[in-house]
Design a protein around this ligand. Structure first.
Ligand code: ZDP
Length: 280
């Protein structure tokens, strides 16, 4: 299997072209081995792409534990750059079919070079049933008790589930301890991605993530989008902010006119290679 290794702010992916959405099924059992950093290529996720019948291209992603999330913010910037530079499309505005519905990235090119990708991530989902987050009422701000104490969290779906927790000192936050307890908390029947966030001012935040099915990663695009939504709902920031992640910065905007979230950030191709499936 030929692949290209890409990353968005250090959130890294093995990208593979397949001939149809359904054909990606055959890759899922290999995701864990391919993503293994010692015995495989090494990545946070395996992404299958190809030309789609209705949209320009489709994208399916498998986490490093083999599970299939609905969406992937950093991954979709990589996919947009890939299909543009590898000529699967001949335009900079791309429509991508995902498990979370159609998503529309726009590749920004200056002097023939890709400089960034802005993605229309659609509307955030703030209905508890759809996140999905259990419990009564419509409020997405809830208290959750865990073995590590009680947390005030804000649930948001960007196609995939997120829970955002504001902290006063991000460097003292034990992400690897608190993350897994919240990922598998009974409030979240489909599990959840977990974001810990320190607000710097009205347009700047620092975020650390514990990803569902992948653990600590250097960045999470959908998580950064969910973070901005939670920050606005809690009155911490305005509707646009720069979010500092371990792997770099994302700029997120929640536009008033269409209620859509726009995410801007880089995507980088690192190398290409070939791996025999079943050998990893
Ligand atoms: O929802 C999940 O299970 C996530 N682990 C999917 C990956 C999200 C990603 N980090 C992102 O940038 O949105 C790729």
């Amino acid at each position: 299997m030929n692949f290209v290794k890409m990353h968005g702010l250090g959130n890294d992916f093995v990208i593979v072209e397949v001939s149809s959405w359904e054909d990606a099924d055959a890759l899922q059992p290999h995701a864990k081995a391919v993503c293994d950093r010692n015995f495989g290529v090494g990545a946070d996720g395996l992404i299958a792409i190809g030309r789609d019948l209705e949209m320009d291209v489709f994208m399916r992603i498998f986490n490093s534990d083999g599970s299939e999330p609905e969406m992937c913010g950093n991954g979709i910037r990589c996919v947009a750059r890939y299909v543009y530079e590898h000529h699967l499309v001949d335009k900079t505005s791309v429509s991508v079919r995902t498990l979370a519905g159609p998503i529309y990235p726009e590749v920004k090119v200056m002097d023939g070079q890709v400089v960034s990708i802005t993605v229309d991530m659609g509307e955030p989902i703030l209905s508890r049933a759809l996140i999905p987050m259990l419990g009564v009422g419509a409020n997405v701000k809830v208290k959750a008790s865990t073995v590590n104490g009680e947390f005030e969290l804000t649930g948001v779906s960007m196609g995939n589930p997120h829970c955002v927790i504001f902290v006063t000192d991000i460097d003292k936050t034990p992400v690897a301890l608190w993350g897994p307890a919240l990922e598998t908390h009974q409030l979240f029947p489909a599990k959840t991605n977990v974001e810990f966030v320190q607000v710097i001012d009205r347009d700047e935040m620092i975020m650390r993530v514990w990803e569902r099915g992948a653990g600590i990663t250097l960045a999470c695009g959908t998580g950064a989008c969910a973070t901005l939504v939670a920050a606005v709902l809690n009155g911490h920031t305005g509707r646009a902010a720069t979010i500092h992640l371990l792997g770099g910065d994302l700029f997120i905007e929640w536009k008033e006119q269409d209620n859509h979230i726009y995410m801007t950030g880089p995507a980088t191709e690192v190398f290409s290679g070939r791996i025999e499936l079943g050998q990893a």
